[in-house]
Design a binder for this molecule. Sequence first.
Ligand code: AMP
Length: 180
Amino acid sequence: MKIVLIGIQGAGKSTQGNLLSQEYNIPYLSSGHIFRQMSKSKTKLGRWLKETLNSGALVPDETTLDIIFEYLDKPEYANGYILDGFPRTLAQAKAFKERNGVDKVVLIDVDDKEALWRISGRVSDREDETLQAIRKRISLFHESTSTVVEYYQDRGILIRVDGEQDVDDVFKDIKKYITK
Ligand code: AMP
């Protein structure tokens, strides 16, 4: 099963992604996590990624596609995956369709204010979690990732889940869709 989770930062994608991964025994992959790990390297690419992540801007499509596709080529993802944070632009969604593809897409819907409230209330060791970077990520979501939402909606494979419910209820809603 190939699943994509979409939502703004603070929507609960990684929580739900990990729950789904356990329930269905499918590996979970977060593009943000991959980039954060790479940004720790002292290479030119590492430093550039760190700057990009800390600003809240998106990594350009070409670099993103190279890196994520390399991951998806690993044998552990051959039978499926739960993707969090990718695709985030229409170009990424189209390239992804050509190469790997997706069966079901879940949009975890949370209001911007609620997400900001959640993020501000949690302890984080992430250097890229400044208020400015978070705001930028949320605005890029509405600008760019909304086209990805439309793209999957038009294909009839997206459901919108109310992410402001309790974690368990969000999980139930997602499972209902996944097993349908
Ligand atoms: P996230 O943890 O998903 O919020 O991602 C953290 C950061 O990683 C983002 O602000 C971007 O700089 C970068 N990133 C993650 N996924 C993507 C993607 N699909 N396309 C471009 N940049 C990404």
